[in-house]
Design a protein around this ligand. Sequence first.
Ligand SMILES: *[C@@H]1O[C@H](CO)[C@@H](O)[C@H](O)[C@H]1NC(C)=O
Ligand SMILES: *[C@@H]1O[C@H](CO)[C@@H](O)[C@H](O)[C@H]1NC(C)=O
Ligand SMILES: *[C@@H]1O[C@H](CO)[C@@H](O)[C@H](O)[C@H]1NC(C)=O
Length: 203
Amino acid sequence: MAKLIIVVLMLSSLFLAIPNVYARKQQGPEPKTSWFQSICQGKEKVAKVHFYVQDILGGENVTVYEVANASITSTSPTSFGQVRVLDDLLTAEPNINSQEVGRVQGLITSADLKTSALAMNLNFVFTAGEFNGSTISILGRNQIMDTERELPVAGGTGKFRFGRGYALTSTYSYDPITNYGVLEYTIYVTYVDESTISLFGDM
Ligand SMILES: *[C@@H]1O[C@H](CO)[C@@H](O)[C@H](O)[C@H]1NC(C)=O
Ligand SMILES: *[C@@H]1O[C@H](CO)[C@@H](O)[C@H](O)[C@H]1NC(C)=O
Ligand SMILES: *[C@@H]1O[C@H](CO)[C@@H](O)[C@H](O)[C@H]1NC(C)=O
């Protein structure tokens, strides 16, 4: 409890200092947006955002494309050096025809010489529900053969300004014939909205 109070006090002094800096630099008013006041008043909440990623690596509707290979990629057991770009559909349920809740766009690089692991740079943009228009950025290591992988939330925009947290992800299904995978994501991320925690899909 004592530690928590210290952190809150430090945060409030930090944010009290910011308006002065803004005023000097821009001669403008202090930010009066709801996120600013909510953080100052310690009203941060944690959202649990749950959805599925439609990862189509083959077939006519491919959403993941190879960008580059390294000289070692073709002989590497982990495809080291392969860089891919993706723009995958996010759905509320595992079925690709279930409610669309957004897209995930970014780069994935095979970046481990010995173990299959990706360096991921992903931007999730939500297009439905309470977080429509907001984004979450994830940057981290994904050891893809693990049943459950954890990735850090690097930040966000919109409702997720000042967002921090982590994502848990697992492979819901994968068809090696068609190269079609469905990934399950649960992201725990801070936000400063007044409304209640939002869920996409059933837990
Ligand atoms: C590709 O997308 C179209 C349009 O959504 C759909 O009709 C078709 O069945 C999809 N193809 C595959 C192989 O899923
Ligand atoms: C790049 O490497 C991957 C993995 O070895 C391979 O599947 C793919 O065909 C290669 N692509 C090119 C363009 O060489
Ligand atoms: C999401 O926001 C956009 C832009 O404001 C709007 O056009 C769209 O209808 C919204 N979608 C949903 C599902 O609410």
